[in-house]
Each structure stands twice: as C-alpha cells, then as structure tokens.
Write a protein that binds this ligand. Structure first.
Ligand SMILES: *Cc1c(COP(=O)(O)O)cnc(C)c1O
Length: 251
C-alpha cells in the first residue's frame, strides 16, 4: 500500500507496458498459428496454444490469464510448483492448467501431481509407473480428482541427451500409460532435433502419433512446434504449439 502510494506511476506503468507487450506478442503468435493452419488447409481452432513460462515470473502468467490464455508449461518441477502457487494467489479465479514439458526425475512425481494437470515429456516405463503411483496417492489424499494427462515424448533421432523415447518404444509406452487407472493417455509430444529439417522431423512425429491414435483413439494430441518452427509443425498435424520466446521474450 505505502509503496504503491509513494511511486504509483512507475509501478503501474511497468505493469501496463508489460501487459501491452504481451498482448501484442500474443496477437502475433495467434496470427502465425492461424496463417499456418489455413496454409495447411486446417481449421485454426484445431491448434491449441501452450504458453511456456519457464524463467518468467508468475505476474506474467497472471497477465496472460487476463489476456485469455489458460494453459501454461514449465520445464522444472520446483519452479512450476512455486509459480502455480503464486498464480493461485494472484488470480484465484483463473482456470489455469499447468503442464510439465521438461525432463522429469521420478522423485519429483509426488510433488508434481499436486499442481500439474499433465506431463508432456514422459519417455520411460519407470517414469510411467512413478507417475501412476504418485497420482494414485494424490487421489487418495484428496489432492486431485482427475487423472494426470500424459503425453509420450518422441525422440526423432533417439539422442538420449535431449529426452524422449525412441520411435520404436512409443507403442509399448502408450499401452502402459493407457493401462494405468490414474493416468490418461493424451497423445504424443516432440521437440525437433537441431540437426534435422523440422518438416522432416515433424513428418516422422505425425506418423508416430497416427500409430498411437490407431491403438488408442482418444489419444489425439500431437504437441509439436515452438517459437522457431511452429509453422512446420502445424503443417504436419500439430494440435498444440508450445511457445515461450515469441510470447514472453528472450530468456
Ligand atoms: C522452452 C520450451 C519450449 C518453448 O520454446 P521457445 O523456443 O522459447 O518457444 C517448448 N517446448 C519445450 C519442451 C521447452 O522446453
């Protein structure tokens, strides 16, 4: 109170500027998504937007909520847990849902299921089992009621450093998730490897996603495309682009 009375203009001006910058960036990203969808003969409404807010403060997430976004991604469990709690205090009525998009250690599963709606980066049977056990405990403890949504992260080049399951392992992992009582198989996610043409990588990912859908018709999500390559991903069937830099700026 006192502080804002002492410096009302600078404090408010900063937030007004940030809100305007985010609104402009969001409009530009939505236009890119719509153009890419139309160019591919798709309905822009088929492509969701996940704002990847890693390294940015909860105040930015609150402004993005005000601008109509409701899906936010974090790549670190601890940072996401803290930000989700801050957002709940800043915007108690916001219908925000959080997704973890980064590599996850199994010992973080129990904390994650308290605040996250989904994990997009599941790439091993051991992680599936840890998430199922954690989600079951969270339901028993009354900490969540809905199943944890899971996407299988596909590694196009099978480089173990970047995360993701090799293409050949995806069907078994999808079956394993689908058999879990407290997990919901949503589909697949991928990050295009740096040394492969994005279009080529996303074409492979689309085939993998089609295979998963054939076995599990409700697992229709294909999360692909980031600030630099969302057009190529949308051309190859992406149903969700994960955008950080183009919305919030350079990290
Ligand atoms: C950081 C991150 C993004 C967003 O990347 P930008 O290039 O900043 O849009 C998307 N997906 C994952 C898995 C990420 O870690």
């Amino acid at each position: 109170m006192t502080a804002s009375r002492e410096r009302p203009e600078s404090a408010d001006a900063g937030e007004v500027d940030r809100r305007a910058a985010l609104a402009e960036a969001l409009a530009a990203v939505r236009a890119r998504v719509a153009d890419a969808a139309r160019a591919a003969g798709r309905d822009p409404a088929e492509v969701g937007l996940l704002a990847v807010t890693k390294t940015w403060p909860a105040s930015d997430v609150a402004l993005l909520c005000d601008l109509g976004l409701d899906a936010f991604g974090e790549n670190k469990e601890q940072e996401g847990a803290a930000k989700a709690a801050e957002l709940a205090a800043l915007r108690p009525d916001a219908a925000a849902r959080w997704r973890v998009v980064g590599r996850l250690q199994r010992n973080k599963a129990r904390s994650l299921v308290r605040w996250s709606h989904a994990v997009d980066s599941v790439d091993s049977a051991r992680l599936v089992d840890a998430l199922e056990a954690a989600a079951a405990k969270a339901v028993d403890a009354g900490e969540r009621s809905d199943p944890l949504e899971v996407l299988i992260q596909v590694s196009v080049d099978a480089d173990p450093g970047r995360g993701g399951a090799p293409v050949a392992d995806v069907p078994d992992l999808a079956d394993r998730v689908a058999a879990c009582d407290h997990l919901h198989l949503g589909g697949v996610m991928a990050v295009a490897p740096q040394d492969v043409e994005p279009a080529e990588a996303f074409a492979t990912v689309w085939e993998v996603a089609e295979g998963v859908r054939a076995a599990h018709p409700r697992a229709s999500a294909l999360s692909a495309g980031m600030s630099g390559d969302l057009e190529a991903a949308i051309a190859h069937g992406s149903t969700c682009v994960r955008v950080g830099t183009a919305l919030l700026g350079r990290r």
